[in-house]
Design a protein around this ligand. Structure first.
Ligand code: BEZ
Length: 212
């Protein structure tokens, strides 16, 4: 069944390149990203896994754990990791799930049969500390994902969770944000001491709260 925003992220047990994982326990109390790869030893995935490994400190800064999945065995993942290091200049530094039986890809609806009966699409799930799904993205197998965009969305999600703000079009960390309509002007006075610009009663712009 399709997974929608706000749904509980299905829990599972799986073998990974870092040993067995029970997903919810592995997430712990922070945020997580689960992302799928159509198959081992494929070119686009090789570049993506190298890029994500290089972003490790960015994910750590945001308290986000990352886990990948590919529909092959852990023995193949381990061999593939050598190619990733050799060609991308980065060692795989997060677990890659062995999903040769398609158990997890089935749970997360990562196989779209009209695209391919056997390979996963490129899915991304961002999961919050409450184990609920906060973001889903689906790319075709032929298009590598933009992990700077995924970091940008995580920044937005974390701001919303903490400060009751939303982020406007093309927003980047450090830029002005929008006070959510559920917050009245009276409440906003306490929550946003830097004030706000009211372009319309429903469009109130304020400096990013966690910046000087
Ligand atoms: C790739 O990762 O390069 C890939 C996988 C499946 C289809 C096309 C490209």
């Amino acid at each position: 069944m399709a997974i929608r925003l706000g749904d509980p992220a299905p829990d599972f047990e799986a073998k990974t390149t870092d040993g067995p994982v029970r997903f919810h326990d592995w997430i712990g109390s922070g945020w997580a990203i689960l992302f799928s790869h159509p198959k081992d030893f494929t070119p686009v995935c090789t570049t993506e896994l190298g890029a994500v490994a290089k972003l490790k400190s960015e994910f750590q800064k945001r308290n986000v754990k990352v886990i990948g999945l590919s529909v092959d065995k852990v023995e193949d993942h381990t061999k593939w990791a050598k190619d990733i290091e050799e060609t991308q200049g980065a060692k795989l530094n997060f677990p890659l799930i062995d999903d040769h039986d398609r158990k997890v890809s089935g749970l997360y609806d990562m196989i779209h049969p009209n695209a391919s009966e056997t390979l996963t699409v490129r899915s991304v799930f961002v999961i919050g500390p409450d184990k609920k799904v906060k973001l889903t993205i689906t790319y075709p197998a032929s298009t590598g994902r933009n992990f700077d965009e995924i970091l940008r969305v995580i920044d937005s999600l974390q701001l919303t969770a903490k400060y009751q703000v939303a982020t406007p079009v093309n927003w980047k960390d450090g830029e002005d944000v929008i006070i959510v309509p559920a917050v009245s002007n009276e409440e906003a006075k306490g929550k946003f001491p830097k004030g706000w610009k009211e372009l319309k009663p429903y469009l109130r712009v304020t400096p990013q709260p966690n910046r000087n």
